[in-house]
Design a protein around this ligand. Structure first.
Ligand code: G6P
Length: 614
């Protein structure tokens, strides 16, 4: 959460920083700010409540000159989103400006200590405590900035990615990380800083991902130096990062979310490329093959994830249990990490995370690792913290996902989980040759079937208009479609702010049916699969209470067409692959309802794309 960007070099820093902030707005967007040191050595700090565009309007006609600067877009943790609490935050002397991503857990104790020493505080942020602590270290011990930062960070408990400017030293930025990502981009006689690679990639593909405990000393015209809190020199690995700039733009779509929904057929092809052979007869995830002994000997798999990734995990459970006959538990990472869970050395923990930075998922990984479990990561962001802390894993390769509501990452996660289950089932000889072949061949057809669903875009947009009035929605599904119902409800909540519940269809009778009346839209996943007849009965139960049924059906279904209020048809596929196409109309429905309600689809209130605080 929160976006960090920094620059030091020969160019004007302001345009670089503002462009970077815009790329990072998906990480938080309740306030934004910038600090620049100009030629005269003045430290100019500008900040506003609201988005980066508000910041741009605010700085118009102000001095934004300077070739060194740091900037921040915020997702508030401590202190309400307002101009005062926005970053950068200055020290009392106004010599230091600091931006921070994360949470200083012991800020109250540190604050009290500084207050006793005469420090006063203007904001209610934990960040101000950190910048004051650095200043206190500098002044009381007469230290240079780096040593003061090191001493201050020794006292801090919590998570942080920070960047600090000292106006008395206009040729240096100090940056540090612990549990919050930070990347240094290396250009020619210039350096960039970002909380991920997206604000940097336009300028250089040479990057250093800082490790926990690293402090980057970024100086003008001097080679990058990385040290730890005790000033031991580190050997940072410079990586060449591949990222297509076009993936960071909307490419003609009104919103990133719509673009990402429409990208799904191509993303799934990218995800399968090189993993399914050209003849379409075999699927092999290299991580599974390389570690097959570990995986085949596992008594149990535990999937840990949050949000949409957790929904993908529920589908993964069904796939792995069905085809590999290995028991799978699916856990919210935030619950798992604090429950003192039973973890055995022969457990395999699968961590699913689009961003690879979700604090709870990362902590769950570390916990499971410390108990000796084997960790398999399924991430999108290459080089992310979770990807790096696992023993092995498979990237989903769907490209950067910018819209806060996850869409294509979900499809990529389900696709990787499908390939994982199939690869493992084959290695374990738990699946017949014919069944395996059928599934691989059907998987290859999924992108084309996704396109057929996307062709219904207009119809779904019209349907959305009808249901914009609703204050509540219920989503029902069974089997593989139950997690799809959860995901459909989550999408609607996230971007339209309509209350929505996903339920296993049969559970409806145990509570939610009490809510059903003529005002209540109920989205039912009712494809022609093993549970079809049961779901038809569930639809009858809703209609008997005058609920409005929007049914997601297999094409040509006349039976449900007669009883449902509206139907969206899907092409036929095998039951275990249905989530890959059935989720799409629910994504579109949520999208168009949010658009009709005039909501900010890509940046819904209170949410952030990458939840790096617990
Ligand atoms: C946030 C995002 C969700 C995402 C969840 C888990 O809540 O808004 O879209 O599903 O975090 O994120 P991860 O990056 O770990 O998949």
């Amino acid at each position: 959460m929160c976006g960090i960007v920094g620059y030091i070099g020969k160019r004007d820093a302001y345009p670089v920083l503002v462009k970077g902030l815009k790329r990072l707005e998906y990480r938080g967007y309740d306030s934004a700010g910038i600090a620049l040191i100009n030629e005269n050595g003045d430290l100019n700090v500008y900040k506003t409540k609201g988005k980066v565009s508000d910041l741009e309007a605010f700085v118009e006609k102000k001095d934004v000159s300077g070739t060194i600067g740091i900037a921040h877009t915020r997702w508030a943790t401590h202190g309400e989103p307002c101009q005062l609490n926005a970053h950068p935050i200055c020290s009392s002397s106004e010599n230091l400006a600091l931006i921070h991503n994360g949470i200083i857990e012991n800020y109250a104790v540190l604050k009290e200590r500084l207050q006793r020493k005469g420090y006063t505080f203007k904001t209610s942020t934990d960040t101000e405590v950190l910048v004051q602590l650095i200043e206190y270290m500098q002044v009381s011990n007469k230290l240079d900035l780096l040593t003061a930062v090191q001493l201050a960070l020794h006292e801090v408990i919590g998570a942080y990615a920070i960047a600090v400017l000292d106006k008395r030293n206009p040729d240096m930025v100090i940056a540090a990380r612990k549990s919050s990502p930070l990347v240094v981009g290396i250009g020619e006689n210039e350096f960039f800083l970002g909380s991920d690679a997206s604000p940097i990639i336009e300028f250089t593909d040479q990057m250093v991902y800082l490790e926990d405990g690293d402090i980057a000393v970024i100086r003008r015209d001097v080679e990058l130096e990385v040290v730890d809190l005790d000033n031991v020199k580190m050997n940072p690995e410079v990586q060449t990062i591949e990222m297509n700039l076009g993936q960071l733009e909307k490419g003609g779509y009104p919103h990133f979310m719509l673009k990402e929904i429409f990208e799904q057929p191509d993303c799934i092809n990218d995800c399968m490329r090189g993993r399914i052979n050209v003849e379409g007869t075999n699927v092999a995830l290299s991580a599974v093959i390389d570690h097959k002994d570990k995986l085949l000997n596992a008594k149990r798999f535990i999937i840990v994830a949050c949000g949409t990734s957790w929904h993908a995990g529920l589908i993964g459970k069904q796939l792995i249990e069905t085809f590999c006959r290995i028991p799978v538990e699916v856990e919210y990472a935030s619950e798992f990490r604090y429950r003192n869970p039973v973890i055995y050395e022969d457990d395999v923990v699968i961590a699913i995370s689009q961003s690879g930075e979700t604090a709870d998922t990362l902590a769950a990984v570390e916990l499971a690792k410390s108990k000796g479990a084997f960790i398999y990561g399924i991430c999108n962001a290459v080089g992310s913290s979770i990807a790096r802390s696992t023993h092995t894993g498979s990237y989903i390769h769907v490209g950067p996902e910018i819209g806060v509501a996850s869409t294509k990452a979900f499809s990529g996660q389900v696709t990787v989980l499908t390939m994982l289950a199939l690869t493992l089932a084959k290695e374990k000889q738990a699946i017949g040759e014919e069944k395996f072949l059928d599934l691989v061949q059907e998987l290859i057809l999924i992108p084309a079937k996704m396109k057929q669903v996307l062709d219904k875009n207009q119809k779904i947009a019209e349907l959305a208009r009808i249901f914009t009035y609703a204050h509540n929605f219920i989503y029902l599904g069974r089997g593989y479609n139950y997690p799809v119902a959860l995901e459909g409800a989550l999408k609607l909540k996230e971007i339209s702010y309509i209350h929505a519940e996903g339920y296993p269809a049969a559970e409806m009778k145990h509570g939610p049916i009490a809510l059903v009346d003529a005002e209540m839209p109920v989205v039912v996943l009712a494809t022609r699969n093993g549970m079809y007849e049961k779901v038809v009965s569930n639809i009858q139960e809703i209609k008997a209470r005058k609920g409005k049924v929007i049914a997601i059906v297999t094409e040509g279904d006349e039976e449900i067409a007669r009883i449902a209020d509206d139907c969206i048809e899907l092409p036929q596929t095998v039951e275990c692959l249905e989530p890959l196409i059935a989720t799409i109309p629910l994504q579109l429905l949520a999208y168009y309802i949010a658009v009709c309600k005039g909501k900010d689809v890509d940046q819904p209130r209170n949410l952030a794309k990458s939840v790096t605080v617990e």
